[in-house]
Design a protein around this ligand. Structure first.
Ligand code: ATP
Length: 201
C-alpha cells in the first residue's frame, strides 16, 4: 500500500500594528507592506488606539476620523485591515488587553506585534509585560534617526528590514498647522480627507 503524507498546513501568521495613526502616513503603510512580505504573513491588522498609554495628555483627532483615514488608506490593500477594538473598548489602550482579545479571536495563529524602534526601550514598562512576552513576538521597525537598541529579555523579537522612511504623524500635523503641503507624506485620498475635514489646523 502506498502511503501519501500530506504536508501539514502552516499556522496562520498575523501581525498586529497598534498606534495613534493621527493621521496614518506612508511610513506606516510601508511598514505593513514590508512585514507582510518579509514575514510571509497572512494579514496585518492596524489597531488605532483610543488613547495611547504613552501620550496620556496628548489630545488626538476624534477616533471616528482616525479610523476613517485608516480605512481610506488601506482600501484595496488586501493584506491589511483595520480593527477598531481599542476604540470600541475606550479608555487607555493597553496592548495586553488587545492581544488577549485577538488571541481568542484567532486561535492557532502566530501573533506578531509591530513596534517602532523608538518604543523598544520602554517595553519592560508595558502593562503585564511578562505575560505579553509569552503571547507575541515583537517585530522591530527601523526608524530613521532612531538607534537600534536590543530588545530586552524576556521579549522575543525580530528586526524588520523594511523601507525606512523618516515620516511621522506629528510632522504632518505640524505641516497642516503651518499650511504646508502634505500630499507626498500620506496617500492623496487621506490628504484630501484631512483638507475637507479641516483637521490639524
Ligand atoms: P506621532 O508623530 O504622533 O508620535 P507616529 O508617526 O510615530 O506618531 P504612531 O501612530 O504613534 O505614529 O505610530 C504607530 C507605530 O508605528 C509606532 O510603533 C511607531 O514607532 C511606528 N512608526 C510610525 N512612523 C514610522 C516610520 N516612519 N517608520 C517606522 N515606524 C514608524
Amino acid at each position: 500500500m502506498l502511503l501519501t503524507i500530506k504536508p501539514s498546513p502552516r499556522m496562520k501568521r498575523i501581525a498586529l500594528y497598534g498606534g495613534s495613526f493621527d493621521p496614518v502616513h506612508r511610513g506606516h503603510l510601508l511598514v505593513a507592506q514590508a512585514a507582510f512580505e518579509e514575514l510571509e504573513l497572512d494579514r496585518v491588522i492596524f489597531i488605532p488606539a483610543a488613547q495611547s498609554p504613552f501620550k496620556p495628555d496628548h489630545p488626538l483627532a476624534p477616533s471616528g476620523l482616525r479610523l476613517a483615514m485608516l480605512r481610506i488608506a488601506l482600501a484595496g490593500r488586501t493584506y491589511a485591515e483595520v480593527d477598531p477594538l481599542e476604540i470600541a473598548r475606550g479608555g487607555v489602550s493597553y496592548t495586553i488587553d488587545t492581544v488577549r482579545s485577538l488571541r481568542d479571536r484567532h486561535p492557532n495563529t502566530e501573533l506578531h506585534y509591530l513596534i517602532g524602534a523608538d518604543h523598544v526601550p520602554h517595553l519592560p514598562k508595558w502593562r503585564e509585560a511578562e505575560e505579553l512576552a509569552t503571547l507575541v513576538e515583537f517585530i522591530v521597525i527601523p526608524r530613521p534617526g532612531e538607534p537600534l537598541v536590543p530588545v530586552p529579555t524576556p521579549f522575543r523579537s525580530r528586526q524588520l528590514r523594511g523601507f525606512p522612511l523618516g515620516v511621522s504623524a506629528s510632522q504632518i500635523r505640524d505641516r497642516c498647522r503651518t499650511k504646508r503641503d502634505i500630499s507626498l507624506l500620506t496617500p492623496s485620498t487621506v490628504a484630501e480627507f484631512i483638507r475637507t475635514n479641516q483637521l490639524y489646523l
